[in-house]
Design a protein around this ligand. Sequence first.
Ligand code: ASP
Length: 438
Amino acid sequence: MEVLVAKFGGTSLASAEAFRKVKAIMEQDDRRCFAVVSAPGKRDAADHKITDLLYACHDRVSRGEGFDDLFAQISDRYRSIVAGLGLELDLESLLDEIRGRIPQQSQPDYAASRGEFLNAVILAALLGYEFVDALDLIRFNENGFLDLVATERLIAEKLPPGTRAVIPGFYGTMPDGSIKTFPRGGSDITGALIARGVKAKVYENWTDVSGFFMVDPRLVDNPQPISLITYRELRELAYNGANVLHEAAIYPVSQVGIPINIRNTNCPDHPGTMIVKSIDDAGASRDIIGVAGQKDFVIIQVEKALMHSETGFVRRLLSILEELRISFSHMPSGIDMVSLVILKSELNGKLDRVIELIHERLQPDRVEVIEEIALIATVGQGVAKRHGIAARLFKALADEMINVRMIDQGAHGINLIVGVENADFERAVKAIYRAFVQ
Ligand code: ASP
């Protein structure tokens, strides 16, 4: 039988009313055998996320302060969910146990993980599904990295065909049995791992928007939604600043070709965004799939005569970054010239040291630093396969009198990146979007 894994985000499980919507969604399709849950999110702008409150409890403990007021807020939220759903559940003993164990922990992971744990217990009771703890499914190695092989084995073993289960997102176990969480937002990763482990037909990721948009709605009013996109296109958008799924939540399913479907819990009939391995040329009937960008890059241009015939030049240049633990975003190059494009936050005050070491170790003819640069990526299979895309993009920027400071097309050719001044960022994104979407 085909199975679907449905991961529900924090806003989809923030209140009893939200839980009821989730129940209706789960019951709508019999193939939804597994639900993976986040902790309760905000009910409105002034509200707190339960995970934030749990981290705050741990902080208080580590400062030697009490956390009763914070824990009362957490407890009240769960009480109102359980009461609102009319569930018979011994919530109080679970809360007491958590309340007692938080002060015994040196790391915040135990406290942080309890938001998902309680939500999974509640949803399992509501659906009449089994509760299966992520501790028994998700494994990290001694260095704190995901142990994918062990995780896949455990999931296949503990969630055999025929199981219907709710699994808490965001955490797993270290080899010594202690709890470790993924980075923030990590329930998406758990969902992807479960989908891979049970060989799901689709990994559904239920949130509070009907999929992704072609551009950040804060920059362009009512942007077009994306209905179909490839993992690779999504990766390019994410890497270039779009607020979409994190790579760690994509690769467990993209490696094995399971599609991801982003859906809206408040609008369950909307098909959302489908993320797939490939789209045939007929399906790729669009010029671009999206525009994403980020401000505050620094470009370091290094020029040296006959650089192209000097072996090891780029290795020595990059070893400077490695030594200073700086990662770069792009490295466009030309004859006798190479540029490093680095996020300012990555440089973290080390720019002068980088320049000093470049002069010392590479004896360049010239090093130029260009600051306050924004990068904008125009992404889509059409960028590589259709003619006239670059012409339209550059005409749009020229019409707006925006000066292009850098151009890069990425190795896959599905991404055309332009660097403009920070001050031109918003105007440039709007102009590019308008050039392709009327
Ligand atoms: N609750 C965790 C967080 O707020 C994990 C998640 O929601 O994905 O980051």
